[in-house]
Design a protein around this ligand. Structure first.
Ligand SMILES: C[S@@+](CC[C@H](N)C(=O)[O-])C[C@H]1O[C@@H](n2cnc3c(N)ncnc32)[C@H](O)[C@@H]1O
Length: 338
């Protein structure tokens, strides 16, 4: 689905058809097609495996080949290099959870986008109840969401661990740490460090699985709670908050930052990673698009500028934050407690 290089009407058509590509990928992942197409199969064999109509399967496979998700040779279809790298269940590198999570966000808000834009918040959300920013969802959704976060963070976390100076840090808190991807990488890169992952009970089950898989149960602990209501502990040398602020409103963000600063030991540091916007509100494009995603799926979340968050950090008693570009659209603000 190449954009029209001339910037003509073809570009508008590519945008309008964007959902077709997304839906094809989601259906293929949901059907587990890439598990079956690890070896070359015909459309008839694929239809039999799916217990599906041969016409539907044949047309769909040709479409997936056009997208580059499968390769076609004669009458046979097989995973492309890209699909075999990321979309085969059971492989250690499987990233299907994030595709399933993105699909869930259609029902969770995107389908109501017009009403949301007109109202300023999703129609089903009560913006007055600021504690319900993240209602507990059903287990399958939470699993897809939490392993989906791991699918995104697993490439970035080792780079972040290499960039942050955690040399003197003994106790680290990963607040809203989800699958514990960052806590695990921080512990692996810093042998003297003990980490605690704080999150709601369901995501913490996945954190525990991930910590166990990495053989770090003695150095990375899990603490269950709601950080808007419950005690998060105290005396930490370093607190890491990644991809949390954007799903909360400004008052909640200030509350979370103040709570983290209060939980730091004297001289400790707080680092906050997010999809920060530049002052123009438009760039980087990934952050602006993420802002729309938060409008669609949260009661009062949005993307914040690094200037806004830096000001809240200083108001909460931190020194002037240092800015670190971590991913293509993600960046970190880090500052010591004054
Ligand atoms: C977008 S994920 C980010 C996960 C991880 N920090 C990362 O960057 O990969 C947000 C996490 O915050 C957790 N979370 C959201 N609201 C929370 C609350 N009130 N108390 C505890 N955890 C919360 C979610 O369960 C989820 O694991």
């Amino acid at each position: 689905m190449a954009m029209d290089p001339e910037g003509g009407f073809g570009q508008i058509m590519s945008m309008a058809r964007g959902f077709q590509v997304a839906k094809m990928l989601m259906v293929a992942v949901d059907l587990g097609l890439f598990d079956f197409l690890a070896e070359p199969k015909s459309a008839v064999e694929t239809a039999a495996w799916l217990k599906a109509d041969a016409r539907g399967a044949g047309i769909f496979l040709n479409g997936l080949a056009a997208l580059g998700l499968v390769d076609k040779s004669g009458d046979y279809f097989k995973n492309s290099e890209l699909a075999s790298r990321y979309l085969v269940q059971g492989s250690e590198n499987y990233r299907g959870a994030i595709i399933k999570h993105i699909e869930h966000t259609w029902e969770r808000g995107w389908k109501d986008l017009k009403e949301t834009v007109l109202l300023g918040h999703p129609p089903q959300a009560d913006p007055e109840k600021w504690l319900d920013a993240r209602p507990e969802r059903d287990e399958a959704e939470v699993r897809a969401f939490t392993w989906g976060m791991h699918a995104i963070a697993r490439d970035l976390a080792p780079q972040v661990a290499a960039r942050l100076d955690l040399s003197g840090v003994r106790r680290l808190l990963d607040l809203g740490g989800g699958p514990a991807t960052y806590a695990i990488n921080f512990a692996q890169a810093n042998p003297g460090l003990q980490a605690t992952v704080f999150d709601l009970p369901m995501p913490l089950e996945i954190a525990r699985e991930n910590i166990g898989k990495n053989g770090l149960t003695d150095r990375v602990g899990a603490l269950a709670g709601n950080f808007l209501q419950d005690d998060i502990g105290t005396g930490y040398d370093f607190i890491w908050i990644s991809q949390i602020l954007h799903s909360h409103d400004e008052g909640q963000c200030r509350f979370i930052i103040a709570k983290a600063v209060a939980a730091l030991a004297p001289g400790g540091a707080l680092a906050i990673q997010d999809f920060y916007l530049n002052a123009d509100g438009v760039s980087p494009a990934g952050a602006a698009m993420f802002g729309v995603h938060m409008l669609a799926v949260t009661p009062r979340g949005r993307a914040y500028t690094h200037d806004e968050v830096a000001a809240w950090m200083q108001a909460a008693g931190l020194a002037t934050p240092e800015f670190i570009q971590s991913g293509m659209d993600a960046s970190i603000l880090v500052a010591k407690k004054r």
